[in-house]
Design a binder for this molecule. Structure first.
Ligand code: NAG
Ligand code: NAG
Length: 397
């Protein structure tokens, strides 16, 4: 919310152009360290990768809470004392302190980027091999907006269990604002992950807070010719997930996918940037409820579930491998591939700046070659060979 005011001050809502520069802030999570191997990294056994360390914001806590006087050594503070704040609580305080100590044009948020669990299209790609999948099978209508497999469901419930454990034992601050891709596998994953979480420390007697993310096309998978990139209609989504909210302007029929044109990487990155802009500048007018207009405020206490002020620092985005890679590019994070069902937090710094002279670059979409019948070969690195006219060798995307 800080940045929506800064954007107003810079005239974003009026005429003078402004833009937001996003940067990743290293030093807090293992996934930001060059020494962490994404292919073996396990977010579940590493506490989402949160590094055990002290923070500048600890100093104030140590003095007031623990009666720490002179003579105490830094290394003694690294041992959590009974009743002391947990690593997640101290990290949360550190992020709040970063926000407090920065000018009004700067805001920090922690984005939990989650990839959907395994879908039926993932199984098919494994079966056929990636080249044949890309040049032929991915275009079949049967893979349109695929659902989670039983394994995908289990993966999402595993992340749910991690959240419940951290809420109970680490008092991790609950996520107050959720976003989801409109593709079914992401909606199912978000639902299984975040529904029915109990917050024993904040609300000892309450039942779970209703989970109602904001659904936005800005977090969908990079659009290709694949039918798995073709989403269901808004009406179908509303039927499955009543009461969930949609970004304003969310159309009933998918206006992104036509089976002929695909997003280029620059086009996808431009869309991801708009997604980040939505996260960092959203206001009550940027969302609309599917059910009743009185629920349209993204920041109503009921939706946010925290009820203690303007602290929407922890945000979740349930999305896809390609789209999360794009978000990481936009914030300048190193490449970090996520397996199905995996999730990583990243600390993002956003700074609103006057726009440079020419920012309006048009990024175009592209067509790509494909086969019209099952291909003859599917060779990793060698592409696939079509059987049908014109019989050209097709290089997979
Ligand atoms: C941090 O310390 C706890 C024990 O205090 C340990 O269980 C956990 O694995 C450590 N995390 C990392 C990322 O080193
Ligand atoms: C959403 O999650 C809840 C709780 O796990 C489950 O009971 C429900 O069937 C899910 N809804 C859909 C549409 O998948």
């Amino acid at each position: 919310m800080k940045l929506s005011r800064a954007a107003l001050a810079l005239g974003l809502a009026a005429t003078a152009p402004a833009y937001i520069q996003y940067t990743t802030v290293p030093g807090y999570f293992l996934q930001d360290e060059g020494s962490t191997d994404p292919s073996t990294f396990d977010f579940i056994t590493t506490n989402f990768g949160l590094i055990n360390r002290t923070y500048p914001a600890d100093a104030a806590d140590a003095d007031t809470q623990l009666g720490q006087g002179q003579g105490q050594q830094q290394d003694q503070r690294q041992q959590p004392l009974p009743g002391a704040l947990t690593q997640w609580e101290r990290f949360h305080r550190q992020v709040l302190a970063l926000n407090q100590d920065s000018p009004s044009t700067v805001e920090f948020k922690v984005l939990f980027l989650g990839r959907h669990g395994e879908g039926w299209h993932n199984v098919a790609e494994d079966n056929y091999g990636t080249p044949a999948w890309n040049c032929f099978y991915s275009l079949l209508p049967t893979y349109t907006d695929p659902a989670l497999t039983p394994l995908g469901t289990t993966q999402a419930l595993t992340v749910h269990n991690l959240w419940q454990r951290l809420l109970t034992t680490q008092r991790i601050p609950p996520i107050t604002t959720h976003y989801a891709s409109p593709l079914l596998r992401a909606l199912q994953t978000a639902n299984l992950t975040f529904s029915n979480l109990l917050h024993p420390h904040l609300y000892p007697r309450s039942s779970p807070i209703p989970f109602r993310p904001l659904i936005s096309d800005l977090f969908r998978e990079g659009v290709s010719l694949h039918t798995c990139d073709h989403r269901s209609s808004r009406a179908q989504i509303e039927d499955l997930f009543p009461g969930w909210r949609f970004e304003s302007g969310f159309e009933d029929v998918d206006g992104y996918w036509d089976g002929e044109w695909g997003e280029t990487r620059p086009a996808e990155d431009a869309r991801s940037r708009r997604g980040l802009d939505l996260i960092f500048t959203h206001s009550s007018s940027s969302s609309s409820s599917s059910s009743s207009s009185s629920n349209s405020d993204l920041h109503s206490d009921e939706d946010r579930g925290d009820g203690d002020g303007d602290d929407d620092v922890f945000v979740s985005v349930t999305s896809h491998s390609g789209e999360i890679a794009s978000i990481l590019r936009v914030i300048g994070h190193r490449e970090f591939g996520l397996k199905t069902g995996a999730a990583i937090p990243v600390l993002v710094r956003a700074e609103t700046k006057p726009a440079p002279e020419s920012t309006s670059t048009v990024v175009s979409w592209t067509r790509s070659a494909h086969c019209t019948a099952p291909p003859v070969t599917s060779l990793v690195g060698g592409g696939c060979v079509c059987t049908s006219e014109p019989g050209a060798v097709v290089t997979p995307l």
